[in-house]
Design a protein around this ligand. Structure first.
Ligand SMILES: [Zn+2]
Length: 231
């Protein structure tokens, strides 16, 4: 059963990578064959097997020979593992939490590429997330987004451009569904890991235009949801 969940997860992971690449370009995620991002050669079935194809090809495109991003492998493996962790028990709440993580993962990949929180994915998945929370009788902390937006507008006034508004809105939606303590833990992990990444890049002398923050929010969310699962 766990192997089955893992395999299904890797397939979905592969599809999420495709969504993250195509949605910002306003391309269809259903129609159109998968192609190499560099030479645009259509990929055959044997090049589309999650995890295995990329290992067999030694992380290179079979047609142009250019190195394929490690993130395809990482995301397929991550989504496979999340499927095992969150779907091994039959629980609608765990299913809802998995949806939360996966929608954030897509936003995180797009943020890495474009430094933007993709609006359409953000709005549609937020709607499902909050509706799911209400249907599953999760507590809704409606005042927290108000406090968060107020704090961020004060910060924006004194430290302009210190926050991306997309990150603020994303956190505001999440603050509806998490206790104040969990939210603080999440923001602490996200800021800490973001700062660590920034320092490592400085040491490696790789100048950064800006740091995409959604990947770090994803790390914080993952830790918080895993701790809820154990509780
Ligand atoms: Zn290629």
């Amino acid at each position: 059963m766990k192997l089955f969940l893992f395999v299904i997860g890797t397939v979905l992971g592969s599809f999420l990578c495709l969504c993250a690449e195509r949605v910002p370009k306003k391309e269809s995620v259903i129609f159109g064959r998968s192609r190499c991002s560099y030479c645009h050669h259509p990929l055959s079935v044997k090049e589309l097997i999650p995890l295995l194809s990329i290992i067999r090809q030694r992380f290179r495109c079979l047609h142009c020979g250019r190195a394929l991003a490690f993130r395809y492998f990482f995301i397929e493996f991550l989504v496979g593992s999340l499927f095992v962790v969150f779907l091994s028990e039959r629980s609608l709440i765990l299913f809802w939490q998995l949806f939360w993580l996966l929608s954030t993962l897509v936003l995180a990949v797009i943020d890495c590429d474009t430094y933007l929180v993709e609006e359409r994915i953000f709005l549609s998945t937020s709607l499902f997330l909050v509706a799911g929370g209400l249907i599953l009788h999760q507590p809704i902390y409606w005042w927290q987004p108000l406090i968060l937006l107020l704090c961020s507008s004060v910060l924006q006034r004194y430290l302009p451009d210190s926050l991306g508004m997309g990150d603020v809105w994303l956190t505001a939606v999440w603050s509806l569904l998490l206790t104040g303590y969990k939210l603080l833990v999440l923001l602490f992990i996200a800021s800490g890991s973001g700062l660590l990444f920034f320092m490592i890049q400085r040491i490696r002398q790789k100048p950064l235009r800006e740091v995409p923050f959604v990947p770090f929010l994803f790390c914080g969310l993952l830790v918080v949801l895993l701790s809820l699962k154990k509780a």
